[in-house]
Design a protein around this ligand. Structure first.
Ligand code: ZN
Length: 480
């Protein structure tokens, strides 16, 4: 009884903590796009100076690490460029200027679509007619898709002649291209100008003092990017329960810039997370099939073969045990799974990739699903209120919804009864050693190690060393 209470109390605490975290996420949504983009606008001259200072710091650092931290000295050598909170220099071409110099004096009217406005409203506001709109649509050719489903805040620029006639219109054909339509008498021309889309790499480091989001915001990361970071490590770290003050992360990531301004968040290139003294890593790698995946330092996919818990539960109502008093049968019976209490209708996810082996009614289990994952391992899910649509024999992917929490069969309240079976024998899902995913094949592994891990690890270490040096310096100052 005492243990049941303790578990219930812990679950309540966890629910409160989750709520608090959700509030936190809301709070940081406000600074979602606060990033390094402003630094990017600094002029090239300052860049040079900054890089000299950084190079000097690197030199000093290398010397220091040689004295105090021999292990770092070798790691430092291949990449003498420390990158604390800086943008890396770019070699991508600049955007072609939108108007040629001869047309620099043209007086384009920028019109932003207001909610509820139609294209004909916009044209009429400019003193133009539906005939003008029709001419534009005809001349726009491949770019006329921009006129379908216009959205508020979309922009159309108009160029009018002295007599008020339409001389030109320009607009975004799509995210990466600008279209310019010009009229010269009866002649119409269309020009598509690609915009400068570029990715810029950032390196950020954070130490957790209150929450992951606070630490990441201090490091200049957008909320979306923090989400991506948490997503990478969610298989190893429970971000609700496992984070501790002093945990830290270093991350190299891309952002996408259009015509020099921040446009969208990109991907994580490499990341390191130290949680309660354990170090986890993730590196982006283009696989043989051309798709990107994320892998730990030893070349194994970040995504594990099995989810430890296949449902978003409120509390564990019964653990795995060799013998317990059954609440309905009233006699001692082994409990060969874990019961996760959750509201009726909560989705249940397949713990791993596999094939539906059983779906239907099974005595005390009620509505029951068994997923076969490989020759030896299967998982089983009981008491479902209803099933998802997949039929026996169909393939399911990890995380795919296979049914919904209920209390069919022998159950006193809505919960998922979850079993992990190895060669048909139930094992404790909370403690069973989950099989590690297969590492990359040898040829790809060699390429991963030489082209990804070695250079990126050097950069992560350089960043960490930089941070440690800064801490060392402030500690020395405090001693004076
Ligand atoms: Zn159970």
């Amino acid at each position: 009884m005492g243990e049941g209470d303790r578990i219930a109390r812990a679950a309540r605490k966890q629910a409160i903590r989750r709520k608090a975290q959700r509030r936190h996420m809301h709070f940081y949504e406000r600074c979602a796009h606060w990033s390094f983009s402003r630094l990017g606008e600094s002029e090239p001259l300052r860049w040079h100076r900054e890089r000299w200072i950084l190079a000097g710091t690197a030199l000093l650092l290398t010397a220091l690490s040689g004295f105090f931290l021999p292990a770092w000295a070798s790691a430092m050598r291949p990449d003498p460029q420390p990158m604390a909170h800086t943008l890396l220099p770019l070699t991508l071409p600049k955007a072609a200027p939108i108007a040629a110099p001869a047309r620099a004096m043209e007086d384009w009217h920028v019109v932003q679509v207001q909610p509820g406005q139609t294209l004909s409203d916009i044209f009429q506001d400019q003193g133009l007619t539906l005939t003008d709109l029709q001419r534009v649509m005809e001349a726009a050719g491949a770019a006329k898709g921009a006129f379908h489903n216009i959205r508020p805040h979309q922009e159309f620029d108009f160029l009018l002649g002295g007599d008020g006639s339409l001389k030109g219109i320009r607009f975004d054909k799509d995210e990466a291209n600008r279209a310019v339509v010009r009229f010269d008498g009866d002649h119409a021309s269309l020009d598509i100008q690609p915009r400068a889309m570029e990715t810029r790499e950032h390196v950020a480091h954070g130490t957790i003092t209150s929450s992951l989001y606070a630490a990441a915001a201090r490091a200049g990361m957008s909320q979306g990017m923090v989400g991506k970071l948490a997503d990478l490590f969610k298989y190893d770290i429970d971000f609700v329960q496992d984070l501790r003050d002093g945990d830290s992360f270093t991350v190299i990531y891309d952002d996408v810039y259009r015509d020099g301004s921040y446009f969208a968040e990109g991907d994580i290139v490499a990341a390191e997370f130290v949680n309660q003294g354990h170090r986890y890593t993730a590196y982006r790698f283009k696989k043989a099939d051309g798709r990107y995946g994320w892998f730990s330092e030893d070349g194994r996919p970040i995504q594990k073969s099995f989810l430890r818990i296949p449902v978003d539960f409120t509390r564990i109502s019964s653990r795995f045990s060799a013998g317990r008093m059954h609440p309905i049968l009233g006699r001692m019976r082994a409990h060969k799974g874990v019961d996760y209490a959750a509201p009726s209708g909560t989705p249940i996810h397949a713990a791993g990739d596999g094939v539906i082996k059983f779906k239907g009614w099974m005595r005390g289990y009620g509505n029951f699903v068994v997923v076969q994952h490989n020759k030896n391992i299967s998982t089983a899910y009981g008491h479902m209120s209803r099933f998802a649509k997949e039929r026996v024999g169909q393939h399911v992917s990890q995380g795919q919804v296979i049914g919904y929490v209920g209390m069919t069969g022998l159950a006193t309240g809505p919960h998922l009864h979850y079993e992990f079976r190895v060669n048909g024998v139930q094992r404790d899902p909370q403690t069973v050693t989950l099989p590690k995913p297969q590492p990359l094949p040898a040829a790809q592994l060699a390429r991963f190690e030489s082209q990804v891990v070695r250079p990126q690890l050097a950069r992560l270490k350089a960043m960490d060393a930089n941070v440690k040096l800064a801490q060392l310096r402030s500690a020395t100052r405090n001693d004076d």
